[in-house]
Structure formats: structure tokens, C-alpha cells
Design a protein around this ligand. Structure first.
Ligand SMILES: [Zn+2]
Length: 142
């Protein structure tokens, strides 16, 4: 299998195309955040069996499902330090130069897996996330 960081470095030559998804993903993450006080019957994360409230931080950064995704793209989060510092630390430790692009697409696809399970009853899976991640990367290369 092709090395992901190397593949991303070759594929993200057209950064302008990426800016569209970056803005869209950040907007959706923000809307998800401001709507987080909606009155759902169950607030627990649907991507894991930890029976924890689904905060944006848990869903994107701490959830075992998300952790597997982050491991795949070579990004790790230090939960023992402030959030702004963990972003900077992850960026510095990242082995490829497209940290923000990989970060936004990964988070976007994690969020979409969660939404598909809640609203369409589609079982989230790492394989599905990986496939969607690769497809989104390819869409923004051209
Ligand atoms: Zn979870």
C-alpha cells in the first residue's frame, strides 16, 4: 500500500482546491459545536462503546474510532496539554508537510461517519472512513 504521507505530499500540489473543503469542514465543525446543546434523547458517542457524552472534543480527538483514523494519517494528540498546544505539538511532530489539509479532511470524514450512523443508520467503520478519506483527498487534488 502506498505510504499515506508521501501520497498526500504529491496529491496536494493544488492547494487552492483544498481551501474550499477546508472552509466547508470548519463551518460544519463550528455548526456542530454551536448546535451541541440540541435536545437529543441520547448524547453518547455512537462511534465507540465507551458510553461517554459526545462532545466535539471526544468525537474528533479522543474517541477510539477517531484515534484509529489519526494513527492511519500519522497524527497523534497529547490530551495532557492545552488544546491549542496539542494542535501545535501535533503539527510539529507530523511527518508530512500537509498537516492542516490532512487534519481537516480526517476530522470532516470522522464527523460524516458519525452523522451517517445517526441520521441514516449506516454503521460507521474504519474501512468506510479510510475509503471516504482517500476519495476526498483525490477530489481536491484535481
Ligand atoms: Zn467515542
Amino acid at each position: 500500500m502506498e505510504n499515506l504521507p508521501g501520497a498526500c505530499e504529491r496529491r496536494f500540489e493544488g492547494v487552492d482546491a483544498f481551501r474550499r473543503i477546508k472552509v466547508a469542514a470548519l463551518c460544519f465543525l463550528y455548526v456542530n459545536y454551536i448546535n451541541s446543546d440540541q435536545k437529543w434523547e441520547n448524547y453518547n458517542c455512537v462511534l465507540c462503546s465507551l458510553d461517554l457524552e459526545e462532545t466535539t472534543y471526544h468525537l474528533i480527538f479522543e474517541c477510539p474510532f477517531s484515534t484509529r483514523c489519526w494513527n492511519f494519517v500519522g497524527i497523534s494528540w497529547d490530551h495532557a496539554i492545552r488544546f491549542s498546544d496539542t494542535i501545535q505539538k501535533a503539527r510539529m511532530e507530523c511527518q508530512h508537510q500537509f498537516f492542516m489539509e490532512v487534519f481537516v479532511i480526517s476530522a470532516w470524514e470522522i464527523w460524516k461517519q458519525q452523522n451517517a450512523q445517526i441520521f441514516r443508520g449506516t454503521q460507521a467503520s474504519f474501512e468506510s472512513w479510510k475509503s471516504c478519506f482517500a476519495r476526498t483527498v483525490k477530489l481536491h487534488v484535481h
